[in-house]
Design a protein around this ligand. Structure first.
Ligand SMILES: NC(=O)c1ccc[n+]([C@@H]2O[C@H](COP(=O)([O-])OP(=O)(O)OC[C@H]3O[C@@H](n4cnc5c(N)ncnc54)[C@H](O)[C@@H]3O)[C@@H](O)[C@H]2O)c1
Length: 259
């Protein structure tokens, strides 16, 4: 069995750090050609040090910016085999009744509408090629309720609805769509989420962190490389008939309640 990713043309949003970066590097290390975007110029330059990774600054919340990024990627790569819609923000913390609707709208825009902004460029190219894979990054909050994080949960559930619909619309063209639900990823983002929840609930950060670990049957956080491996598997010949699926890579999350 071989992953056989050599020469694949891969586009990944928000890939200057975390899951996106790990995925870009794993594809590139296996011979794929990768285009990425991010809003963090310094981190973007760093990830593009790899000779198979290229990229531009683009804000997934801005349609014109995404238009430029997707056009540049598809032109430079000569097509697109894999689109990873990775970008997504944590959104505000707080009880539903205390949230500012503008913050809710922004979370939905960056976590869901952004996927429409990129996919409308990739889909016609993939349909014409009669092959392709779209991977949308959801979350365990994409199928569980998440107290004090309702905008994020609403957005990530929407990602799954979008993915299932993409799989139905695109299957007859040989194009696949799958969602991945990562568990809590080690790194600064989870540190920030824990801080937000601590502020919203009045509990200590240590207590919140211990609560996150108790939610998971395997009592583990997830490494970004473990998500990258699953995406590479889906993009490889081993995943050729997998579409419309929601894959959790999380050690089995039982609940997102931390108290
Ligand atoms: N970290 C977790 O525990 C976790 C768990 C489940 C799901 N996820 C999801 O995985 C995806 C990636 O998360 P991560 O933890 O790797 O992120 P991260 O915080 O490590 O990195 C996010 C990247 O997105 C970039 N970014 C932020 N806003 C952007 C914008 N408007 N346009 C373009 N780039 C932007 C940042 O500069 C950064 O490089 C997200 O969709 C997230 O919701 C993360």
């Amino acid at each position: 069995m071989r992953l056989d990713l050599e020469g694949l043309r891969v586009v990944i949003t928000a890939a200057a750090s975390g899951i996106g970066r790990a995925t870009a590097q794993m594809f590139a290390d296996h011979g794929a050609n990768v285009w990425v975007c991010d809003i963090d110029a310094e981190a973007l330059t760093d990830v593009c040090e790899h000779d198979r990774i290229d990229g531009v600054i683009a804000d997934v919340g801005d349609t014109a910016s995404v238009d430029r990024f997707m056009s540049a990627s598809i032109t430079a790569l000569g097509g697109i085999d894999v689109l990873v819609n990775n970008a997504g923000i944590a959104g505000p913390g707080g009880r539903v009744e205390d949230l500012d609707p503008a913050d809710v709208t922004r979370t939905l825009d960056l976590d869901v509408t952004s996927m429409f902004r990129t996919s409308r460029h990739a889909i016609p190219v993939m349909k014409q090629a009669r092959s392709g894979l779209i991977v949308n990054i959801s979350s365990t909050a994409g199928y569980l309720g998440f107290p004090y994080r309702s905008p994020y949960a609403a957005a990530k559930w929407a990602v799954i609805g979008l993915t299932k619909t993409m799989a139905m619309e695109l299957g007859e063209y040989g194009v696949r769509a799958n969602a991945i639900c990562p568990g809590s990823i080690t790194g600064p983002r989870m540190d920030h989420v824990i801080e937000l929840e601590s502020q919203a609930s009045g509990r200590s950060a240590e207590d919140i962190r211990a609560g996150f670990e108790r939610q998971v049957s395997m009592r583990t956080f997830i490494d970004p490389d473990e998500i990258a491996q699953t995406i590479c598997f889906l993009a490889s010949p081993l995943g050729l008939k997998i579409s419309g699926q929601v894959l959790s890579v999380d050690g089995h999350t039982e609940t997102l309640r931390t108290s």
